[in-house]
Design a protein around this ligand. Structure first.
Ligand code: G4P
Ligand code: NA
Ligand code: NA
Length: 191
C-alpha cells in the first residue's frame, strides 16, 4: 500500500534490535485517515469470505481493526491482555510470549462474544514473530470458529511469523512488507 509505505518512509525511525518506531501514526499518535484507508484495503482484500467478526489484540491492533470493522460492517473484538494467571470460566485464553518485550501475556476473549458459526478475520499492527496471531489462532481453535486469515499493517518479512503462518495454510495479507531494517534504513520487499 503506497500511502502506508510513504508514511513509514517519512515518519518511521529504526531503533536498535530491528525495531521500527511508528509512534507518529500507528503506535501512539494515530492517523485516522490512514487507518480508514487501511480498513478499506483489508475490506477489499477479504471481501466475499463470509467473515462475521474482526479479532485483534489490544492495544495497537485496535485502530486498524475498528476501521476494518467499519468498512465491513462487522463487530470488532480485541483480546484483552492480562498479566495475572487467574483463570476465568467465561473466557477463552492463550499465552502469548513477546520476543521483543520478553514477557508473557495471557490474552483472553469472552465466550459471550463468540458464536460457533463465526468466521473471523485477524487484524494486527505488526507481524514479527507471529506470537500474537498464534495466540488468536489458539483461541479460534478452542472456540471452534473458522479463520479467514490475517490482515497485517506492517510485516517484518525478515522475521519468521509470516512464513510460519503461510506454511500452516493461513492467508496473510500485509499492507507493508519490510525486507530489512539494517543500517537504520527501511527496505521494503520488492515484489
Ligand atoms: P509477534 O506478535 O509478531 O510475535 O511480535 P513480537 O513478540 O516480536 O513483538 C511483541 C510486541 O512488539 C507486539 O506488540 C508487536 O506488535 C511489537 N513489535 C514487534 N516488532 C515491532 C517493530 O518493529 N516496531 C513496533 N513498533 N512494534 C513491534 P504488543 O506487545 O502486542 O503491543 P501493543 O499492541 O500494545 O503495541
Ligand atoms: Na500489536
Ligand atoms: Na505493538
Amino acid at each position: 500500500m503506497k500511502e502506508l509505505e510513504e508514511k513509514i518512509k517519512e515518519y518511521g525511525t529504526v531503533l536498535p534490535g530491528n525495531i521500527l518506531k511508528v509512534d507518529a501514526f500507528l503506535n501512539h499518535q494515530v492517523d485516522p485517515q490512514l487507518m480508514l484507508h487501511i480498513g478499506q484495503e483489508f475490506a477489499k482484500l477479504f471481501a466475499n469470505e463470509g467473515i462475521t467478526k474482526i479479532w485483534t489484540v489490544e492495544s495497537s491492533g485496535i485502530a486498524p481493526a475498528v476501521m476494518t470493522g467499519l468498512e465491513m460492517n462487522l463487530p470488532v473484538i480485541f483480546a484483552r491482555k492480562h498479566k495475572s494467571l487467574t483463570l476465568n470460566q467465561n473466557m477463552y485464553t492463550a499465552d502469548v510470549y513477546s520476543y521483543t518485550k520478553k514477557t508473557t501475556n495471557r490474552i483472553s476473549v469472552s465466550k459471550k462474544y463468540v458464536d460457533a458459526n463465526d468466521k473471523i478475520l485477524m487484524i494486527d499492527d505488526f507481524l514479527a514473530n507471529g506470537q500474537a496471531v498464534e495466540g488468536l489462532l489458539e483461541i479460534a481453535d478452542q472456540a471452534g470458529v473458522q479463520v479467514a486469515g490475517a490482515g497485517i499493517v506492517i510485516e517484518k518479512s525478515f522475521q519468521p511469523g509470516a512464513g510460519e503462518l503461510k506454511e500452516r495454510g493461513i492467508r496473510v495479507e500485509s499492507l507493508a512488507r519490510i525486507q530489512s531494517l539494517s543500517d537504520n534504513k527501511v527496505e521494503f520487499v520488492k515484489d
